[in-house]
Design a binder for this molecule. Structure first.
Ligand code: HEC
Length: 101
């Protein structure tokens, strides 16, 4: 829990260089670093969409979200293992996106 807070503080402190989307773009505040590394190239650094759809205010279940990422469901053209995009990042990002306006 403490490390999670430190992690958040790190992310919040490190988003000043918001560039356009490309591989390894730092994710916007609230999203995991793993999102920036693995997802922002298609879904945008703030998950508001790019070549792939916006994930903001994601309406699906956590299972559907997980399945898209791990199994390529819902049209995801590539999948990510837990070593690429950890379950912790996945759950944190899901909860953030779910609650994001
Ligand atoms: C190579 C491009 C690409 C990358 C990288 C990518 N996605 Fe996707 N993703 C897509 C496409 C294409 C779809 C299908 C929907 C669409 O056409 O936008 C999709 C669909 C999804 C869906 C299902 C959306 C729904 O409405 O059910 C989720 C959730 C998702 N992506 C999350 C992620 C996450 C999290 C990552 C990083 C771990 C990621 N994606 C990385 C291209 C990508």
């Amino acid at each position: 829990m403490i490390s999670k807070l430190m992690y958040l503080a790190f992310i919040l402190g490190g988003v000043s260089c918001g560039k356009s989307d490309s591989k390894n773009t730092p994710a916007a505040a609230g999203l995991s670093a793993g999102f920036g590394t693995n997802c922002s190239s298609c879904h945008g650094s703030a998950a508001t969409g790019g070549s792939a759809k916006s994930l903001k205010s994601y309406a699906g279940s956590q299972d559907a979200f997980t399945s898209a990422i791990r199994n390529g469901a819902s049209g995801m053209p590539q999948t990510f293992t837990t070593s690429q995009y950890s379950d912790a990042d996945l759950v944190a990002d899901y909860n953030f996106l779910k609650s994001a306006p």
